[in-house]
Design a protein around this ligand. Structure first.
Ligand SMILES: Nc1ncnc2c1ncn2[C@@H]1O[C@H](COP(=O)(O)OP(=O)(O)O)[C@@H](O)[C@H]1O
Ligand SMILES: [Mg+2]
Length: 235
């Protein structure tokens, strides 16, 4: 018996005839923070899209708690327990914070809406502000809030949450991710910012042109100059 929440098993994903993911496999155990790192264009976002079935893999399987989820629509994948925060955050700029959250919550679960404001007091203060007028960090928090409101996700995938944020604000995002994890949410953290991701994660996979080239405890990778330099461009 494994305690894997999600097992990605040998997936191959294409955009048209362009073969992007090559036999990608990864396992995420309950309670872990797993980082998926790699340079721009390595296939990180495509891996998330494959798990959500937004870009369904042509071959291979994705299992959630042991059950294959192929063929499910993305909203059904969400209902089954996998949620994601897109790279471009995709908040509705002309809607208020509250409207953004209500839309994501799909109502019914008003208790979960209250929980989200407890978790993100800053959003509570700004309920009536239009999302597009908030700072990048606040919009990232709103994007995370949108991903976790409603039925609590078993797995939350974050696509480049630190992108475009000042270091001080990245710390706030790191704290939010840490707290979600401590409260029981398993995390897949996708980042070009390898140092940030590896400091936060338990384990990490390195993706290079659509292939997993390395898997190790995050702290080992951080200390592995060769991998950091050759695959992640960190000097
Ligand atoms: N919609 C798309 N159509 C065609 N090619 C795409 C599309 N999205 C991404 N790609 C290509 O797939 C590869 C992986 O992209 P992506 O998963 O976005 O990488 P990453 O998130 O690691 O930067 C890149 O070569 C990219 O150009
Ligand atoms: Mg990407």
């Amino acid at each position: 018996m494994s305690s894997a929440i999600v097992e990605v098993d040998c997936i191959n994903t294409y955009y048209g005839t362009s073969h992007v993911l090559h036999d990608v496999s990864l396992t995420i155990a309950e309670g872990e923070i797993v980082a998926l790192v790699g340079r721009n264009g390595a296939g990180k976002t495509t891996t998330i899209r494959s798990v959500m079935n937004l870009t369904p893999p042509k071959t291979g399987t994705v299992r959630l708690r042991g059950s294959e989820i192929q063929g499910l629509a993305p909203h059904e994948v969400r209902r089954e327990g996998i949620s994601w925060v897109p790279e471009d955050r995709r908040v509705f700029p002309n809607l208020t914070v509250e409207e953004n959250i209500d839309l994501a919550a799909n109502v019914e679960r008003t208790d979960s809406i209250a929980e989200v404001y407890e978790r993100f007091p800053r959003l509570d203060e700004r309920r009536h502000q239009r999302a597009g007028t908030m700072s990048g960090g606040e919009q990232q928090m709103l994007a995370i809030a949108r991903a976790v409101v409603g039925p609590p996700p078993d797995l939350l995938m974050l696509d480049e949450p630190s992108e475009g944020l000042a270091p001080q604000i990245v710390e706030d995002v790191v704290d939010a991710i840490t707290e979600l994890n401590e409260d029981g949410t398993t995390i897949l953290l996708v980042e070009q910012n390898a140092e940030m991701a590896l400091e936060l994660a338990d384990r990490a996979y390195v993706l290079e042109t659509g292939r997993i080239v390395h898997e190790a405890p995050a702290s080992d990778l951080l200390g592995d100059r060769e991998v950091m330099e050759s695959y992640l461009g960190v000097r």
